[in-house]
Write a protein that binds this ligand. Structure first.
Ligand code: TYC
Length: 105
């Protein structure tokens, strides 16, 4: 999307303009491993807030369990912030220490 574009007015080429669309910065929403949150709870988090099916949720949960960290999905900033908040509130409400954070892609 970095090519210059020609802008047309009344059928005449009048000027070169910058492309008007920019892709938004995306953020990785990240889950962190801990020793206490039940595996089943993490799978439910991935199903409920990240719309993963059980198979994909299980794969991501096991990746985080084994590697210590893992990506749940890529989102624009405000969507990512909402997901992080939803996971943190849901975990605290259920007395689990599960940590969720975000970082620029
Ligand atoms: N390590 C946890 C256990 O053994 C499971 C777990 C997986 C916790 C992923 C957090 O983000 C996490 N019960």
């Amino acid at each position: 999307m970095s090519d210059k574009q020609l802008q047309y007015t009344d059928g005449l080429v009048v000027q070169e303009v910058k492309p008007q669309l920019k892709r938004p910065q995306l953020y990785k929403v990240i889950l962190l491993n801990d020793d206490y949150t039940p595996m089943e709870f993490v799978i439910v988090v991935l199903e409920r807030f990240f719309h993963k099916n059980r198979e994909e949720a299980t794969r991501i949960m096991l990746h985080v369990h084994q590697k210590g960290i893992g990506v749940c999905g890529l989102y624009t900033r405000e969507v990512a912030e909402t997901k992080v908040r939803q996971v943190m509130v849901f975990s605290a409400d259920n007395q689990h220490p599960l940590q969720c954070t975000m970082e620029p892609e």
